[in-house]
Design a protein around this ligand. Structure first.
Ligand SMILES: [Zn+2]
Length: 180
């Protein structure tokens, strides 16, 4: 797959197809979106929100969760606000998210099936990784959105002028509903 992609990329550049995507690093709509890596949203998310290349900083992560106040998602949001002029942050989860019903114990079984040895799993545990917590599903989508919005809104170094909203998108129609 990677070789195929590389070959396509060569011709994309040669044909100058990048011309219509030209923009700079500053988001034109002063907007950042935290959403899920779900492939149903790859194009649907920006199309259904009327966005184009250059409009918004889009941070994609399993479950659209801001899991840690000082993790990489929150770091990206702070960079988007403080360095790149973002004034609105939208957390956009979606219906039937794959991260909703995840289970740490099941995931460990998948790891073993995929060739990760028991010794490596034990090593990670001894280093302090709690798989049940780290790979847990979020259960209720609305509650997860509220929690992420709360983490952003009450973050100690989040500038006060930033507007933060939580939403759930229909994975099929793209319909957006406000949670908070
Ligand atoms: Zn998802």
């Amino acid at each position: 797959m990677q070789d195929d992609i590389l070959a396509y990329n060569r011709s994309f550049v040669e044909r100058g197809e990048y011309e219509r995507y030209r923009t700079d690093k500053f988001p034109d709509k002063k907007l950042a979106i935290v959403s899920c890596m779900d492939t149903r949203l790859s194009e649907l998310l920006i199309a259904s929100l009327g966005l184009k290349n250059g409009d918004a900083k889009i941070i994609k992560v399993a479950g659209a969760e801001v899991a840690s106040p000082f993790g990489s998602v929150m770091r990206s949001i702070i960079i988007a606000v403080c360095e790149l002029g973002v004034e609105d942050v939208m957390v956009v989860a979606h219906t039937n998210c794959g991260a909703q019903h995840m289970n740490g114990a099941e995931m460990v079984e998948h790891m073993k099936r995929l060739g990760v040895s028991e010794a490596r799993i034990d090593f990670a545990r001894h280093c302090g990784v709690d798989f049940d917590r780290w790979l847990a599903g979020f259960g209720d989508t609305e509650e997860a959105v509220r929690k992420s919005v709360d983490t952003i809104a009450h973050h100690p170094v989040m500038p006060p002028h930033v507007r933060i909203g939580g939403y759930i998108m229909d994975s099929e129609t793209g319909e957006l509903n406000r949670v908070c």
